[in-house]
Write a protein that binds this ligand. Sequence first.
Ligand SMILES: [Zn+2]
Ligand SMILES: [Zn+2]
Length: 67
Amino acid sequence: MSVSSPCEICAMRSVRHTCTRCGQLVCDRHFDEETGLCVECASDVGRPGDRSPDPGRNPDGVDTYRF
Ligand SMILES: [Zn+2]
Ligand SMILES: [Zn+2]
């Protein structure tokens, strides 16, 4: 019954979420749990500062250093 489809955005991971707006199947990485939308809809709705579709980039620094 349940066929494991790839993410419609990256087409690499197994689908775990369905966008409540456009209905496309996306993986965990391309789903915004806060809004229940895929990253495309989330950026379309308006989330300033988070519109990077490239999963390879991680703006958040791992290192924690203080002044
Ligand atoms: Zn994906
Ligand atoms: Zn969507």
